[in-house]
Design a protein around this ligand. Structure first.
Ligand code: FPP
Length: 264
């Protein structure tokens, strides 16, 4: 395990009746900040600032709708390729949000996790992250995960590295490695897999987000640019999810029969 790993020991999640029409875990790619700014005659950074407002609204709306898990892609491992001024601004924005919003998140019973390769961040930012996670670790109304310097391939790779080290130490038999073993070493090991993935901004791609975790996630794409994403847009995504039949490899008839048996 890399020494920048700031994962926490899992805290038990309270059991509650589950409404299967309501996604328990929503993962979001917040795309379109730059285009929103250009359309409004503003510099790209203004789009990212408005994007933060949309993040705050989404967190509040998910909490109000009693969605227990929300995961946001804030900065990908590929975003370093952007102009350095934009990278700097994005990182400053993330740091200042971390500084200014953590107390409010804590007061609202939100558990904050940061996932990604944190080795590129300064000790000060890593300390901020560690403190924020420690402060909010026992909260349970909403589990908010923010992916920074994250890539799905990085996540699978770091999991492989950890498992390989255990094999090398003789702690695990290669024949005993299962998909559960891999899942336990992903940076999202404490989270259920996303039920619903939302991408704003019109592109229909997963862009190296939660590649392993989204094997059976329902995908929802909207042309709305991220700063314009409102609770109405969230409602539309949830409504679309409620009309999907999740089969997990089974036939439609099997799923319908199982559903009937459950509700009998
Ligand atoms: C994509 O829009 C957005 C990003 C790369 C950054 C997302 C970050 C935020 C919304 C702000 C900070 C987040 C948190 C969690 C506090 P883009 O720049 O690619 O837009 P474009 O496709 O229109 O150019």
């Amino acid at each position: 395990m890399e020494n920048d790993d700031l994962r926490l020991v899992p805290t038990p999640v309270a059991a509650a009746p589950i409404d299967t029409d309501l996604p328990q875990h929503i993962a979001v790619i917040m795309d379109g900040n730059g285009r929103w700014a250009t359309r409004n005659g503003l510099p790209r950074v203004a789009g990212h600032r408005r994007g933060v407002d949309a993040v705050k609204a989404l967190v509040e709306n998910c909490a109000r709708r009693k969605i227990p898990y929300l995961t946001l892609f804030a900065f990908s491992s590929e975003n370093w390729k952007r102009p350095s001024a934009e990278v700097k601004l994005l990182l400053e924005l993330l740091t200042s949000v971390l500084e200014s919003e953590v107390r409010k998140l804590h007061e609202n019973d939100v558990c904050l996790r940061i996932i990604g390769n944190l080795s590129r961040f300064s000790p000060r930012v890593r300390l901020l992250i560690r403190n924020a996670q420690e402060l909010t670790r026992s909260n349970s109304s909403l589990n908010l995960t923010v992916a920074v310097n994250y890539g799905g391939r990085w996540d699978v790779t770091q999991a492989c590295r950890q498992i390989a080290q255990q094999v090398a130490h003789g702690d695990i038999d290669p024949a005993a490695i299962s998909k559960d073993t891999v899942a336990r070493h992903m940076s999202t090991s404490e989270l259920p897999e996303p039920d619903l993935f939302i991408r704003t901004g019109g592109e229909r791609r997963i862009s190296n987000f939660l590649l392993w975790q989204m094997a059976y996630t329902e995908l929802y794409f909207t042309d709305t640019l991220w700063p314009d994403f409102t609770d109405d847009d969230l409602a539309k995504a949830i409504e679309s999810f409620a009309h999907r039949q999740r089969r997990f490899g089974q036939t439609s008839e099997q799923v319908t029969a199982a559903h009937r048996a459950q509700n009998a």
